[in-house]
Design a protein around this ligand. Structure first.
Ligand code: MN
Length: 289
């Protein structure tokens, strides 16, 4: 099942090249009372809603290319991310000390995971808005794992039972000495899309080709089999520190080939069995809104 949010907060079921509006299903979600739970209510309820979603997908739908795609997980409680989790990316960081601050180039087992602000999230129809034009800002394409069920201290054997699905993630990054959580949390610096592909549709998430081009030029080419910590190991690591909740996003790390982006650039990212996204890069308006 491929689920997206499109246009003005519509829930869509994607079949082939068509998007079917299944927003009526959002009315089945439990009424939330303040204080609201820190998880994504749709992801939490998804196992029980699949039949209703399928049943609501009547009619012809809309062409995928005609809609505005928003972030497929609207209300994640947190974004967990893996630093330098491909060996070749670790090596390129070691080889380029003027770009990759020494304090941040260590093995993932020593560095641990980091958190990005949820306010950095956008969908693929939204441009990345570059701030700090005097700094280098890079693209990072990553497989994003969406948590489906609460889990604390999971084992590798059961970790994958807690995955709702997968999507493409862009972890846009200002290079420099500050903490990752600051350099990667600017508004629009986490792009997710085009849709959530439920876990049952991807038999082996540890063998997915991923790619990113900038202006048609190949920048990143890799396969998730080359992750240093694979998905179960990342879930074990993360959940040994904190509870992962439905809708939480795990960015699994970027492969080698990271490079700068500038206003006017267009990024094309794809992951096998998920799809592709095209994201524009613009300069952020510097005046306060
Ligand atoms: Mn990253």
């Amino acid at each position: 099942m491929r689920l997206c949010f499109f246009n003005e907060g519509r829930l869509g079921l994607v079949k082939g090249e068509r998007v079917h509006d299944v927003s009526v299903v959002l009315g089945h979600l439990p009424a939330a009372r303040y204080p609201y739970p820190r998880h994504d209510a749709l992801i939490a309820a998804l196992p029980g809603l699949r039949g209703a979603i399928e049943a609501a997908a009547t009619g012809e739908g809309l062409p995928v290319g005609s809609v505005t795609l928003a972030c497929p997980v609207p209300n994640p409680g947190k974004i967990v991310a893996a630093p330098v989790n491909y060996q070749k990316h670790l090596q390129e960081a070691i080889d380029e000390p003027e770009t990759f601050s020494r304090a941040h180039v260590r093995k993932i087992q020593e560095t641990g995971l980091f958190l990005k602000a949820t306010s950095s999230l956008v969908g693929p129809s939204h441009p990345v808005e570059i701030r700090h034009m005097d700094r280098r800002t890079d693209h990072e394409v990553e497989l994003a794992v969406i948590i489906g069920k609460p889990c604390l201290a999971v084992t590798a054997e059961t970790a994958m039972d807690h995955v709702a699905g997968y999507t493409i993630g862009l972890d846009i990054t200002v290079r420099g000495p500050e903490e990752r959580s600051m350099r990667k949390s600017l508004d629009t610096y986490t792009v997710l899309g085009p849709w959530l592909v439920t876990a049952d549709e991807i038999a082996d998430p540890a063998s997915l080709d991923l790619a990113l081009d900038v202006n048609g030029e190949a920048r990143q080419r890799a396969n998730t089999r080359d992750l240093i910590l694979d998905i179960p190991a990342l879930l074990v690591f993360a959940s040994s520190f904190y509870t992962l909740m439905p809708g939480d996003i795990l960015l699994t790390g970027t492969p080698d080939g990271v490079g700068p982006i500038l206003p006017g650039d267009v990024m094309d990212a794809s992951i096998a069995q998920i799809g592709s996204i095209q994201v524009k890069v613009v300069a952020a308006e510097t005046a306060p809104a």
